[in-house]
Design a protein around this ligand. Structure first.
Ligand SMILES: C[S@@+](CC[C@H](N)C(=O)[O-])C[C@H]1O[C@@H](n2cnc3c(N)ncnc32)[C@H](O)[C@@H]1O
Length: 298
């Protein structure tokens, strides 16, 4: 699937190559293509998620998986032994600028990563913002919001809500190009810079990127910045309390091992971190989408 997408097969391209028929046949066996006469066509699922021009395309995530994650997963045993990500082992010395400088090394890797987040986010965000009644909030700031799918889903569901996308400068520049004036923008570092005022902060797939120390620092900053009636909305894959599943959350936790400083957690683990940061109540909701939702009220 990765190779076929990279070669443009789901966009109708059929580059000449001695292995092409085998690749097309394998895609038929995978349920991604169907053969009619001598021609191959996308199956509905491939047409929706693997064709680049589809509004629900996951092409960015597949390209990011093929080019970044797949090489790092080849070193999973070393990651398990050492408990650290595999960027240097797979791609050479750390670029200046910390963890995300790896993801954003070139314009093309930045685009693949952000569009990858976007593809998965589009599947999850409408359900994440519907998991709790957020209608009492007036201003939401999506911290590390990437292309803004969560902020825009919140605005669609709660039309009175003003939304601001906060992310690193190079991401804000990209997001502006993607969503224009549908949100306000603010560029900065959420570990250092003042957080734009809000009564609802959102962090989607942020806590799973970082060490416990950094999470504590970030949650404390968010708690301090919130008014007394404010809250924090979290979107992550949540591990079952008995840790026996779901398999997607455990695979994502291994994925976080190979590519970040973080991990996935149970609702109990999130609750402990949030209460330590000062939040009074914490609720979780399983959404049925790739990401679940947690709401912590100050
Ligand atoms: C895993 S992505 C999640 C993106 C988005 N929230 C989503 O769920 O699709 C992490 C995001 O955090 C941003 N980020 C990383 N470090 C940051 C920092 N120090 N300050 C602000 N944003 C940061 C990245 O640029 C990226 O957009």
């Amino acid at each position: 699937m990765f190779a076929a997408l990279e070669l443009g097969v789901f966009d109708g391209e059929r580059p000449v190559g001695a292995g092409m028929v085998r690749l097309l046949e394998a895609c038929v066996a995978l349920g991604l293509l169907e053969k009619r006469g001598n021609e191959y066509f996308n199956t509905p699922i491939a047409d929706e998620y693997l064709r680049r021009s589809s509004p629900h395309t996951m092409a960015g995530y597949v390209r990011y998986s093929n080019n970044a994650l797949y090489p790092m997963w080849a070193h999973l045993e070393d990651a398990v032994r050492e408990g650290t990500h595999r960027w240097e082992q797979s791609f050479g010395p750390t670029p200046a600028g910390g963890l995300f400088a790896h993801f954003f090394k070139t314009e093309s890797t930045k685009r693949d990563f952000l569009m990858g987040m976007h593809g998965f986010g589009m599947l999850s965000s409408p359900k994440v913002v519907a998991a709790f009644d957020l209608s009492r909030f007036r201003r939401m700031v999506d911290l590390g919001g990437a292309t803004g799918h969560l902020a825009l889903a919140a605005k669609d569901r709660y039309p009175g809500l003003q939304v601001t996308l906060f992310d690193l400068p190079e991401v804000i520049e990209f997001a502006r190009g993607q969503i224009g004036d549908r949100a306000d923008f603010s560029a900065g570092d959420f570990f250092k810079d003042p957080l734009p005022p809000a009564d609802l902060y959102a962090i989607g797939r942020i806590l799973h990127d970082w060490s416990e120390d950094k999470i504590r620092r970030l949650l404390a900053r968010i708690h301090t910045a919130l008014p007394d009636d404010g809250a924090l909305l979290i979107a992550e894959r949540v591990i079952d309390e008995d840790r026996r599943g779901p398999v997607g959350a455990h695979m994502q936790s291994l994925n976080m091992l190979v590519c970040t400083e973080g991990r996935e957690r149970t609702l109990g683990e999130y609750t402990a971190l949030l209460r330590e940061a000062g939040f009074a109540t914490v609720r979780g909701a399983v959404t049925g989408a790739p990401l679940d939702a947690v709401l912590a009220e100050k």
